[in-house]
Design a protein around this ligand. Structure first.
Ligand SMILES: Cc1ncc(COP(=O)(O)O)c(C=O)c1O
Length: 372
């Protein structure tokens, strides 16, 4: 079976370096917030084109802590999309704010800036304090347009970059446009740890200082807390050491993902029952997922499984349809594109260790399934 994703393949690829890094940490006797984390923070910030990075326990925490760092909480509204990992929304709720969903562009799957503009105008009382666009599947959202609209209304932009390490738009890397950029290092991500992990990137020393305190009980010095909003959300030394091994290979791995995506798109050309990913001018997509749209998805998925190809759906139920977040209060705006794509999207296998021959075989199996 060709898996849809394969985090073990990345381990095997860098096995000796990773094992060495893990032994180094185990032998050091220092397991939480030491040199590995602080060096990783410097290296990650520089790779992402930002001034600072603060490593935290997960991508969900990265978003929650960024919102808290902006003093966003109860009584505030945060606009985001419903076609995302539920974590984006869970983080907003954990910060105490109210998420409201706005629609996406149905070709890019990302936030539609015109829906943002419309929504800001319709929420009474200047309660909208932040917008959280998601760079879904590795494609940058229209972050310049979103930032301009947000700036005009005095709203903070917090980028959800959990699926887009190293993606860029124009000359900027995702995460460097908003006040904060939030990353996840869940094992299947473009930069994946071997456990949970996350990071926030930011541009000023005072933002960094606030985040450093918030991730550790609000401490401004050992045992002295100045932020009641502080939690415990620390990347551990083992994960930081593993990420330091993988970080220098990120660009090459993203290049491999792009080559595989090109191979998929070329092999599926002329198949008018399938919509391949579209990449707006000036965007560098890092293909966390290669997502196509087609009719009759469940049948095709089942046929592919029978032919030895595993696929996935990101996401089968948009967040506003999930029991935890289905209150009509959270969905005052129509979401026609979100609704339409969720029954049509299919994520084909995508990870750097996949071969172009695998891609050819997958496309052949897909054409076969479509003909039946
Ligand atoms: C778009 C998006 N946002 C946030 C998250 C949350 O990251 P984590 O699982 O590290 O908490 C994820 C991870 O699944 C994600 O894909």
């Amino acid at each position: 079976m060709i898996p849809q994703c394969d985090p073990k393949a990345a381990y095997l690829r860098y096995r000796s370096e990773i094992n060495e890094a893990v032994s180094r940490v185990l032998d050091s006797g220092w397991y939480i917030l030491g040199d590995e984390v602080s060096q990783f923070e410097v290296e990650f910030a520089s790779t992402m084109g930002s001034c600072y990075a603060v490593a935290v326990g997960s991508g969900t925490d990265a978003i929650e802590l960024s919102l808290r760092a902006c003093d966003i909480g109860p009584g505030d509204v945060v606009l985001t999309v419903a076609n995302t990992a539920v974590a984006t929304v869970a983080a907003i709720v954990r910060a105490g704010a109210k998420p409201l969903f706005i629609d996406i562009d149905e070709r890019t799957y990302n936030m539609d800036p015109s829906a943002l503009e419309m929504a800001i105008g319709r929420v009474p009382g200047k309660r909208v304090k932040a917008v959280v666009p998601v760079h879904l599947y590795g494609l940058p959202a229209k972050i310049e347009a979103i930032s301009e609209i947000a700036g005009h209304h005095g709203i903070v932009v917090i980028e959800d970059c959990a699926q887009a390490h190293g993606a860029s738009i124009g000359s900027g890397t995702v995460g460097s446009f908003g006040a904060f950029g939030c990353f996840s290092f869940y094992p299947t991500k473009n930069l994946g740890a071997m456990g949970d992990g996350g990071a926030v990137v930011c541009q000023t020393a005072s933002q960094q200082k606030t985040l450093l305190a918030l991730r550790q009980y609000g401490w401004v010095e050992r045992y002295i807390s100045a932020h009641p909003q502080g939690i415990n959300s620390r990347l551990d030394e083992l994960q930081a050491a593993i990420l330091r091994v993988k970080l220098p290979y990120l660009e090459a791995a993203n290049r491999q993902r792009r080559q595989l995506a090109d191979a998929y798109t070329a092999a599926l050309q002329g198949e008018d029952r399938i919509a391949c990913p579209s990449i707006p001018e000036g965007c560098s997509h890092v293909f966390h997922q290669y997502v196509i749209q087609l009719a009759d998805r469940e049948r095709i998925q089942q046929e592919l499984r029978q032919q030895g190809v595993a696929t996935a759906v990101h996401y089968p139920l948009p967040v506003h349809r999930q029991p935890a977040f289905s209150s009509p209060e959270l969905s005052p705006f129509a979401l026609p594109n979100t609704e339409r794509v969720c029954s049509r999207i299919l994520s084909l296998p995508m990870y750097p260790e996949l071969s172009e021959q695998d891609v050819m075989n997958i496309c052949q199996a897909l054409r076969h399934a479509l003909r039946r």
